[in-house]
Write a protein that binds this ligand. Structure first.
Ligand SMILES: O=C(O)CCC(=O)C(=O)O
Ligand SMILES: [Fe+2]
Length: 328
């Protein structure tokens, strides 16, 4: 299907990142173009649309073709369009904790599947965003570590956003209390199975992860600090140097990112739409769905694929991904 699309993808990084050309984003995508972009996102994990000339409404319309919008409970958003997050920063208004490695909103029970960010105002120098492939990071671990991590779960929290409420008046403290009820700490598998590709990815991050369940604090810190070092490994990274109008679509399930704040006090404005995702499942959940001895006995690559198939069977995937899977 996607072979007949005119859109082209040029791989930019060893493990992730591709540049997209030939896509008209000012109009609705054809089914085959939408499929081609989705397939490429699964394969390359981060897609860069360089210097495209679209309105924010067109960016929203593009995003909506790949899933349902998610509204961020803490980030600054546009009043008239709450799905639009505006990251407008300068010396008087520095960014809030985006210069910490993370995948978006893992404090949710079901974190987003993807994010679509576009550059609207850029500093003269700096302000790059660095991505890391967490599937490559997982694949690079020894089988001893892979086995050790299997089945572990970590607790996540909206911790960087708690600072918004420090010293707050009674009304804002009540808001914090309401948020704590609405977003109780979820536990996610430390290794997640990607719902579409079946690849395994490290799914802990220093922005939102608190600790690993069933370990002492010292043990948990040691394991987490080892895993946090993986994002800093240059081999797993891909760096986006933004130009005005550049739009990036990343798969939030297989990557993490870090926005360099080396441009202050200059101004940088980014506009973002976020797409809802599913509950995070690990290999055990996927296997429970399959119940398949054949999958367990399969070779590693085949097993990863089997995990993905089992996962898809065991959980609800977003409508778009279900539709396209059915169309294959
Ligand atoms: O400003 C950026 O480049 C990325 C900020 C960020 O973490 C996000 O939009 O999710
Ligand atoms: Fe982010």
């Amino acid at each position: 299907m996607s072979k007949t699309s005119n859109i082209e993808f040029k791989r930019l990084g060893a493990h992730l990142g591709a540049e997209v050309s030939g896509a008209d984003l000012t109009a609705a995508l054809s089914h085959k173009d939408r499929q081609a972009i989705h397939d490429a996102l699964m394969e390359h994990e981060v897609l860069v649309f360089p210097e495209i000339d679209i309105t924010v409404e067109q960016q929203a319309a593009f995003a909506k073709q790949f899933g349902e919008f998610s509204v961020h409970p803490f980030s600054p958003n546009a009043e008239e369009l709450p799905e639009l997050i505006i990251l407008d920063n300068d010396g008087d208004s520095p960014p809030l904790a985006t210069d910490v490695w993370h995948s978006d909103e893992t404090f949710r029970e079901a974190p987003p599947m993807g994010t679509i960010l576009r550059a609207r105002v850029l500093p003269d120098i700096g302000g790059d965003t660095v991505f890391a492939s967490m599937t490559a990071a997982y694949d690079g671990l020894s089988s001893r570590w892979q086995n050790f991590l299997s089945g572990l779960e970590a607790v996540h929290d909206f911790k960087p956003f708690r600072r918004l409420f420090i010293g707050a008046d009674e009304k804002r403290r009540a808001t914090l209390h309401r948020m704590e009820i609405e977003y109780p700490n979820p536990s996610h598998p430390v290794v997640r199975v990607h719902p579409v590709t079946g690849r395994k990815a490290i799914f802990v991050n220093p922005q939102f992860t608190l600790h690993i369940k069933g370990m002492t604090e010292t043990e948990s810190e040691a394991v987490l600090s080892m895993l946090y070092q993986l994002t800093g490994t240059p081999e797993y990274q891909f760096r986006v140097g933004w130009k005005l109008g550049t739009m990036v679509f990343w798969d939030n399930r297989s990557t993490q990112h870090y926005a360099a704040r080396d441009y202050l006090p200059q101004r940088r404005r980014m506009e973002r739409f976020t797409l809802k995702g599913d509950k995070v499942l690990g290999a055990d959940d996927a296997m429970a769905g399959a119940g398949s001895a054949a999958a367990l006995n399969a070779k590693p690559e085949a097993r990863q694929k089997a995990d993905g198939e089992a996962y898809s069977a065991a959980t609800s995937v977003r409508q778009f991904e279900r539709d396209t899977a059915a169309g294959d």
